[in-house]
Design a protein around this ligand. Structure first.
Ligand SMILES: *Cc1c(COP(=O)(O)O)cnc(C)c1O
Length: 356
């Protein structure tokens, strides 16, 4: 008999209710029926982003959203600062370079968060943007966006935030914290299939977008905004995924976004405590910045065994990323995960460790 338990770090488990919502004949994206769905999704997302601004829906993965922001907010030659704390923040620097920006990277040791005061040392009058990952999915460390928001508020630079593995699991208060651009994608804490990106911009960022003129046709934010006000997208969106994301965000609204954040915190605390009780340690150097959505665990030489033995028991966790693969594994407490699931997981890890 098979019953899977999922602790993935993206894509994550999709609740049955969301799966069922998508299982129907396609509708036109130029129909009242669709407008209602997109409108409701946008309203839900605003509450999750904690913003009064429009939230745009793009048909692309998280990386597409990363790229779209650069096309709309910057021009080749513009100087941006990127604190690198792992593979995803590194990816943002690579994308920015590829699109012709002058990129200053500041590397922090793996397992550390980006210290805003060190990053600010590299910010000058020429800096057009600071690209900060909210939650680094490789190392399981999050950054303190509030500090970055305070530090950059009265500068020309835009604070751009990749919250792909954060939003919906790790609290963000976009407006209150003065974050200029926040983007995420559908397949992580938002419990939906991969394929959608969501992005919101502050007034400061919209002023820049209007002056910049998008270098991408498909990802033109001004077009997207025009259509968003009509409860539509400029081009055919992934309609089925919009329907699924709408249902998933309805579930988040029913639970209450602050309760959702509490559940993520409790589940990850339970993982951290349980893991330490079993004699393993956490990868993040300072537990204060240990992510509530991605728990990266040190298990030198045995991480791959743990992942495969759990799989034999139909429990799916994620391996370590890149060169961390040999010595770490990752437990996603992201999205559709309950306390009961975590208890079962810890019990099974204990059994496996005894055998190993
Ligand atoms: C998953 C992830 C992305 C990119 O996601 P794709 O959807 O695979 O393109 C970007 N940033 C972070 C922090 C992520 O966790």
């Amino acid at each position: 008999m098979k019953k899977n338990l999922y602790f993935m770090v993206g894509p994550t488990e999709i609740p049955d209710r969301v799966l069922h919502s998508m299982n129907k004949q396609i509708i036109s994206h130029r129909s009242e029926e669709y407008y209602e769905i997109q409108d409701n999704l946008t309203k839900n997302l605003k509450k999750i982003f904690k913003t009064k601004k429009d939230v745009l829906t793009l048909t692309c993965s998280g990386t597409g959203a990363m790229e779209s922001v650069i096309h709309n907010c910057f021009s080749p030659g513009d100087e941006v600062v990127v604190p690198v704390i792992g593979e995803f923040s590194e990816r943002y620097a690579i994308i920015a370079k590829k699109l012709g920006l002058a990129v200053k990277t500041i590397k922090f040791d793996l397992g550390e968060n980006a210290k805003f005061y060190k990053v600010m040392e590299e910010v000058s009058d020429n800096t057009k943007g600071v690209l900060v990952v909210h939650n680094e999915s490789a190392t399981g460390v999050f950054n303190d966006l509030k500090e970055f928001g305070k530090a950059l508020k009265d500068t020309e630079a835009l604070l751009i935030c990749d919250s792909v593995s954060g939003l919906g699991g790790l609290e963000i208060k976009m407006d209150e914290w003065n974050v200029d651009v926040v983007f995420t994608s559908s397949q992580k804490a938002l419990m939906s299939p991969p394929g959608l990106g969501f992005v919101a911009l502050s007034d400061k960022a919209w002023d820049v977008v209007k002056k910049t003129k998008s270098s991408s046709f498909y990802f033109d934010f001004e077009e997207a905004l025009k259509f968003n006000r009509l409860k539509q997208t400029p081009w055919t969106p992934a309609i089925s995924l919009v329907i699924g994301a709408n249902e998933a965000t309805n579930m988040i609204m029913e639970e209450g976004i602050d309760n959702v954040y509490k559940r993520h915190k409790l589940n990850s605390k339970m993982v951290i405590k349980g893991i330490k009780n079993l004699g393993l340690s956490m990868f993040p150097k300072d537990e204060k910045y240990a992510s509530p959505t991605v728990n990266t665990i040190n298990a030198p030489n045995i991480s791959r065994d743990i992942v495969s033995k759990l799989k034999e028991k139909n429990i799916i966790v994620s391996g370590g990323q890149g060169h961390l693969g040999h010595d770490t594994f990752r437990i996603g407490t992201m999205g559709y995960v309950t306390e009961k699931d975590v208890a079962a997981l810890l019990y099974m890890i204990k059994k496996i460790l005894i055998k190993l």
